[in-house]
Design a protein. Structure first.
Length: 257
């Protein structure tokens, strides 16, 4: 069975090598997807993960940086489309946003790409010094976390998307619960009393730090929630992602490095 799969995959790679223009083909109809917001939204959420590392090309198939790609998207003139490829790496291409497309499509692209660009510029920088007390009274500082990979979830009780991903982030924390080199911390806007009552009904397998609204807004300068940070063992920001799907992929990549 393994031999068959290898042969099958090899034949796909060879066919792409013989026909390189196939690599420039979108994996969806770029005009049709702009006619319906729900169709676009489903595609955007499932196929376009702007938080992750990806190859980027402009409308003329010229390679560009991720930062420039996000800058162009945030101007509202383009839609990001995934290109067909037999390889593991992802490639997104800029396609012109049609004047007839749903206005909600443009608004979503501008908002999401602006936030992703804002987060992307944080990567590679040092996470601000911190000294937190979680709901259990544990002191969490840069020094106490040194030598560990830290996953930080930023959220608040009335953020529906933040709460919706609880089962998934809990499963992720459980998956790595025996790995003593990884710590899961959450920063929440709400006060201890609100959080204790809320978490009693909807548990979160992270160390929860209350009263973090000012810190997240002014120090971390977050534009949207949820936002997830992955810090390396020197407290440097490796990845900043905006959803669980991207978090799961990014964390696995960081661990394997």
């Amino acid at each position: 069975m393994d031999k068959i799969l290898i042969i099958f995959f090899s034949s796909i790679v060879i066919s792409f090598a013989q026909n390189p223009t196939a690599l420039n083909q979108p994996n969806t109809n770029t005009n049709e997807i702009q006619n319906n917001y729900i169709q676009f939204k489903n595609y955007f959420e499932n196929e376009i993960l702007l938080s992750l590392d990806f190859n980027a090309v402009d409308e003329n198939n010229q390679t560009i940086t991720k930062e420039f790609f996000l800058e162009q998207l945030s101007k509202g003139d383009f839609i990001p489309i995934k290109l067909i490829s037999p390889y593991k790496s992802i490639t997104y291409k800029l396609f012109a946003l049609l004047s007839t497309s749903d206005s909600s499509i443009k608004a979503t692209i501008v908002e999401k790409s602006f936030n992703e660009l804002h987060n992307y510029k944080k990567e590679g920088t040092a996470f601000p010094s911190f000294s937190f007390n979680d709901l259990n009274g544990n002191l969490i500082t840069n020094e106490s976390m040194k030598g560990k990979i830290i996953v930080i979830k930023c959220w608040f009780i009335h953020c529906a998307i933040c709460v919706k991903e609880f089962p998934e982030v809990n499963a992720l924390a459980e998956k790595y619960s025996k790995n003593k080199d990884i710590e899961f911390i959450s920063l929440a806007e709400d006060n201890p009393e609100q959080l204790k009552a809320f978490l009693n009904k909807k548990p979160l397998r992270y160390s929860v730090v209350p009263n973090m609204k000012e810190y997240m807004n002014e120090v971390l300068q977050l534009n949207a929630f949820p936002t997830h940070f992955i810090l390396d063992k020197e407290s440097k920001i490796v990845k900043v992602v905006s959803n669980f799907k991207s978090l799961e992929i990014a964390l696995e990549e960081v661990i394997q490095q």
